[in-house]
Design a protein around this ligand. Structure first.
Ligand code: NAD
Ligand code: MG
Length: 299
């Protein structure tokens, strides 16, 4: 389903699969390799031009979905990459490591749970040591579990979603900033949910608003360090986050039908904005939020 590369001109409405999709429950966090259709992370399509030559990148959630697409694109642009993910996701992570190494770049896999502050610190320290520096911090990991009513939303879930999506971001940024040189960039991942929250994502949607506000504040605070901070806010994208509990299965069948493009985005369609925000090309851009939404525009 992938195009020959990301520059081939074609109709975006028919470029990728449209609903209906089969129901396909998997235990959280789910594997991309088990999805039907398998998502396009740019494995065969992303063409790089050395725009990140020699850069050293840490990508959380780099095993699957949007993080995998960013990791592949970064490697094709010449970066060495550390990916973080949960231990259950090792099969997806192994594929990403192979793809990065196939580009002649160095890949390091550091699994672990970002809900732990100690692990977040350890991840940054290890990534910095393995890579021999840290130029690009790309926070993509996230958790989303839909719950019908506030009565059924537990404190444990509320806590887990905030720990994964917001606290981890804080802990990782805090550990990374002192290690990052001038010209480094941080890219965080929010969502259209920060602006147009769904009724069943009462915990997840506010984590994404928090990521937007945190990133804007941080961008101002660390600009004197020569570090830029930007945010990508995707609309519906075909990833395990969605098919493994992010949406109820009946919504997976129709997933993407309610955006103007009438289809979900593919992870590969998110990668170019991460690359742009990582490169020096975006030098005058900080504290901004970029939508990748299939037409459901951000405010
Ligand atoms: P994904 O499931 O492929 O990626 C999410 C990753 O988060 C997982 O692969 C996992 O490695 C990581 N993760 C979750 N909990 C973790 C934990 N406790 N410790 C360590 N890692 C953990 O799905 P995706 O859709 O590519 O998600 C990536 C980001 O994009 C998330 O922040 C998500 O909120 C955001 N997003 C996704 C969509 C969408 O429709 N798919 C839309 C908007 C925003
Ligand atoms: Mg995954």
């Amino acid at each position: 389903m992938a195009s020959a590369n990301q520059f081939d001109m074609q109709n975006p409405l028919t470029q990728y699969p449209q609903p209906k999709f089969p129901e396909q429950p998997q235990p959280v966090p789910g594997l991309a390799s088990k999805m039907q259709p398998v998502p396009d992370h740019g494995e065969t399509s992303y063409q790089g031009f050395g725009r990140l030559k020699g850069r050293k990148a840490l990508v959380t959630g780099g095993d699957s979905g949007i993080g995998r697409a960013a990791a592949i694109a970064f490697a094709r642009e010449g970066a060495d990459v550390v990916i973080n993910y949960l231990p259950e996701e090792q099969p997806d992570a192994d594929e990403v490591v192979k793809l990065i190494e196939a580009e002649g770049r160095r890949a390091f896999a550091i699994p672990g749970d970002l809900k732990s502050e100690a692990f977040c610190k350890e991840l940054v320290t290890k990534a910095h040591a393995e890579l021999g520096g840290l130029d690009l911090l790309v926070n993509v990991a996230g958790r989303q579990k839909s719950v019908e009513t506030i009565a059924d939303l537990t404190t444990d879930q509320f806590d887990e979603t905030f720990k994964t999506n917001v606290y981890a971001l804080f802990w990782i940024c805090k550990a990374a900033i002192p290690l990052m040189p001038k010209g480094a960039t941080i890219i965080n991942t929010a969502s259209i949910q920060a602006y147009q929250p769904s009724e069943t994502l009462l915990d997840y949607a506010p984590t994404k608003s928090a990521i937007v506000a945190f990133s804007k504040a941080l961008s101002k605070q660390i600009l004197p360090n020569g570090i830029r901070v930007n945010v990508v806010a995707p609309g519906p994208v075909w990833t395990p986050l969605q098919t493994s509990g992010g949406q109820p299965q009946d919504k997976i069948v129709e997933f993407g039908s309610d955006v103007p493009m009438k289809r979900p985005g593919q992870p590969a369609e998110c990668a170019p904005i991460y690359v742009f925000l990582a490169t020096q090309e975006s030098s005058f851009i900080t504290g901004e939020v970029f939508g990748v939404t299939g037409g459901n525009t951000l405010p």
